[in-house]
Design a protein around this ligand. Structure first.
Ligand code: GDP
Length: 395
């Protein structure tokens, strides 16, 4: 599946940059074009793979914040995006939109620029183009504090409404203790692009001449994401021996069907176990998978380690677990890979305790901020006015 990616804000830019790196490394061909938008000049300069020109790195809000960013003020982020939407559109004009299957807007929802700007851009793109517009929203860690949580809760609500589907990644579930924030983000960003890379790469097969038994094409990804709402992704992988012949060593020397059968059973079992691990392990947004509206299962790896039976069993198992009647599945053959990987996309999830908790903390933060603001206004009043109101100001 070919995407036009827009990284909004610092996190968004860094993740899209990482997608380009992934694409170059794996030749997956999913990033048809990539743009970074920011109010902070320094963040744009720090990118490595997005071309360094005004068409691909767009600085907005210069008259308001002079290239210094909006702090963590996402209302200002949204205002600036609206005011400078023509500049963003100018960059999108350089994208061959007729060659892309969808837009993907990537942003950290806890900050200011991406948090506020992404929903504004999504609304704009929906208005202009017929291609689907997806969001990849990153939730802040719970240790980042009230303002970030409040920003994320407000942005999440708005962003979901404006996109065709919001794919969510929760930093909180992936936080590692004892690591520098920067080092931690690098690893987390790898995890993000690996999952999304396999998912979106699945719709791009055929170019390497590898024929899938049951192909996942981009329309299946689009159909799974259709209908809106929130999505999460599960992933599991295992290293495999990469001989190019069909069976294992024994079957080659004996030429016997018994060992072929054994190999087939082993392959099938490995696939079903990877599907379970992906769906029951750590999801990009932890949630209850029961009740998911739609799902898509992708099995990636060397073709001799993929089979229809395993995928069909995995698909049935997901149907049982989610209760969904709309579970698609297929393979993504990658001859050169030394791993078999399973990606499970769960779309239209609704039982997500983490979002409820985020909203609760956000409401508390909002109340606190109102209280503190009121209190400091009262304190300032006390300070500048004399007790008996005997003094008069000049004008
Ligand atoms: P903005 O530039 O104003 O949009 O804000 P940032 O993108 O710097 O930060 C928004 C949020 O994104 C932060 O609160 C973090 O939770 C998260 N974040 C920042 N950088 C990264 C990153 O490289 N990877 C991930 N996964 N999250 C990040």
């Amino acid at each position: 599946m070919k995407l036009a990616m827009v990284g909004f804000g610092q996190a968004g830019g860094k993740i899209v940059d990482k997608f380009l790196e992934y694409d170059q490394k794996h030749g997956s061909g999913i990033v048809r074009d990539a743009i970074a938008v920011n109010t902070a000049k320094a963040d744009l300069m720090g990118l490595q793979h997005i071309p360094d020109n005004d068409q691909k790195r767009v600085l907005i809000g210069q008259s308001r914040v002079k290239g210094h960013g909006v702090g963590a003020d996402n209302e200002l982020g949204a205002e600036v995006a609206e005011e400078d939407i023509d500049e963003i559109q100018g960059a999108i004009d350089s994208v061959p939109v007729h060659e892309v299957d969808a837009f993907l807007i990537v942003a950290g929802l806890g900050g200011g620029t991406g948090s506020g700007g992404s929903p504004v851009l999504a609304k704009h793109l929906q208005h202009i183009y017929t291609e689907p517009v997806y969001g990849l929203g990153v939730l802040p860690g719970s240790d980042e504090g009230g303002i970030y949580t409040l920003n994320a809760a407000r942005s999440f609500q708005t962003f979901v409404r404006e996109v065709d589907n919001l794919l969510v990644f929760d930093n909180d579930a992936w936080r590692k203790t004892g690591e520098s924030v920067q080092g931690g983000y690098d690893e987390i960003n790898e995890e993000i692009v690996t999952r999304f890379g396999v998912l979106f790469g699945a719709g791009e097969i055929g170019q390497g001449g590898e024929v899938a038994e049951s192909v996942v094409d981009s329309s299946e990804i689009i159909n799974t994401l259709e209908g809106g709402g929130v999505s999460t992704i599960g992933y599991a992988s295992e290293t495999v021996e990469t001989s190019s012949s069909g069976g294992g060593f024994l079957s080659r020397i004996t030429g016997g069907n018994d060992t072929d059968d054994l190999d087939t059973t082993h392959t099938t079992n490995r696939i079903t176990s990877l599907v379970r691990k992906a769906a029951l392990g750590r999801l990009t947004l932890p949630c209850e998978i029961e009740g998911s509206e739609r799902a898509l299962l992708v099995l990636a790896g060397p073709p001799q380690h993929l089979n229809r039976k395993g995928i069909e069993r995995g698909r049935k198992w997901i149907e049982e677990q989610t209760g969904s009647m709309e579970v698609r599945g297929g393979d993504y053959p990658i001859t050169s890979s030394g791993r078999v990987a399973s990606v499970v996309l769960l779309s239209g999830v609704t039982n997500v305790p983490r979002i409820k908790e985020l909203q609760q903390v956000a409401i508390e933060a909002q109340d606190n901020i109102d209280d503190i603001r009121q209190e400091s206004e009262d304190n300032l009043d006390d300070l500048i006015n004399d007790d008996e109101d005997e003094l008069e100001s000049l004008f």
